[in-house]
Design a protein around this ligand. Structure first.
Ligand code: F6R
Length: 365
């Protein structure tokens, strides 16, 4: 039941601290420096010999794969490729013999993802799955995998399933990195950062009333842009998808620096932009992109790290997220875009849990 919440989506957004705890439970090694997964059915020496990973998924899960790519490449220094399951299936891409193949699917029933799994298996690859539904078609047909353990997700727009996929992707990156060049100390720090994620998420959830007020100011927009860089570029894609599917506002996600290569033509006082501007090495570059938007009269909603100073008058609205480890940043950054989309859709009177034209799992090609 929805309990005191107006929608399942709202309940599932607020459930995320507990969901993340569940997804992590029992999954850190006793020495606290790495992750462990029970059901992968891949030995350490087999893992040691892989030289590439490939992930296939659809929609929100595909965005989670893009973040996972960033973290695995950054920390484990292994090349990763991510494809839409529906494209992988028909494009006959070569898979090296030491490529480990993953599919990611919350429901475990998405037909395109299942078909990608079958195609990789047909080619003789071992296939692993990240899924939330125990005994789903994808979980049954995979050779091994990781369950998300976040309980049923009822709202059509994925929220807690997404952040738990991000968490498992980060744990995979930790596991693979610790088999390679990451030190014990860095591993402990990484693991401790993941363990702190639920509390950081709670702190962003506490800002819901503020985010609701911001949402009211933008609820009548016809177009919106979401801009982010590095690990938050996929979060920009996810923000745009979330807003589109539940509020029917046209939205697009881009890496912030791509704006000047075309999309900036859309900017006017009628097209606000949501910027991810976390503390980090490219903060100043993101601020320059904001200035380009502002010069064209576009409103700026900045999601930035507590304590960061944006130039006066640059952002129309600011949502602060706590400072955190790079591996946790995408999880923490997901919360403001979920709440913003949710409150905008509610403000517009949309049927948030059952958006038009959408089903919870897509079992047709
Ligand atoms: C968006 C959403 C969809 C799903 C996609 C894949 O909020 O829910 O984009 O992420 O249909 O679904 P799963 O993960 O069940 O394969």
């Amino acid at each position: 039941s929805k309990g005191d919440y107006a929608h399942f989506m709202e309940k599932e957004i607020f459930e995320q601290p507990a969901a993340l705890e569940n997804a992590m439970r029992g999954r850190f090694a006793a020495d606290g420096s790495t992750a462990q997964f029970g059901g992968l059915n891949v030995t350490a020496s087999e893992f040691r010999h892989i030289d590439r990973l490939m992930f296939c998924a659809c929609g929100t899960a595909w965005h989670a794969c893009l973040v996972t790519e960033h973290l695995i490449e950054r920390f484990a220094r292994l090349p990763v490729e991510v494809d839409y399951a529906s494209e992988f299936r028909y494009r006959n891409t070569p898979l090296g013999s030491n490529t480990l193949f993953f599919v990611m699917s919350q429901s475990g029933e998405t037909i395109d993802t299942l078909a990608a799994l079958r195609e990789a298996k047909r080619k003789g690859h071992r296939v692993l799955a990240i899924s939330n539904v125990v005994g789903s078609s994808i979980a049954r047909e995979a050779d091994g995998g990781i369950y998300q353990h976040v309980g049923p997700e009822i709202g059509v727009a994925s929220t807690k399933a997404f952040t738990s996929q991000l968490l498992i992707g980060a744990m995979m990156a930790l596991y693979l990195a610790r088999m390679r060049d990451m030190s014990f100390t860095d591993g402990v720090q990484f693991a401790n950062a993941l363990k702190a994620a639920p509390d950081l998420v709670r702190r962003v959830l506490d800002q819901a009333p503020n985010i609701r007020e911001i949402a009211k100011r933008y609820a009548q927009s016809t177009d919106m842009l979401f801009l982010g860089r590095l690990s938050l570029f996929p979060l920009a894609l996810e923000g745009a998808l979330k807003l589109k599917e539940i509020s029917y506002i046209h939205a697009e996600g881009y890496p912030a620096a791509e704006m000047k290569h075309g999309p900036i033509a859309l900017i006017s006082e009628r097209c606000p932009s949501v910027f991810f501007a976390p503390a980090g090495e490219i903060f100043n570059k993101i601020v320059s992109s904001m200035q380009e938007i502002k010069a064209r009269k576009g409103a700026v909603i900045a999601i930035t790290t507590e304590g960061m100073q944006l130039p006066a008058g640059l952002a129309n609205d600011v949502i602060e997220i706590p400072a955190c480890h790079e591996a946790v940043l995408p999880i923490v950054a997901a919360i403001p875009i979920q709440l913003l989309s949710y409150y905008i859709a509610v403000e517009r009177g949309c049927d948030v849990d059952k958006p038009r034209n959408l089903a919870k799992s897509v079992t047709v090609e």
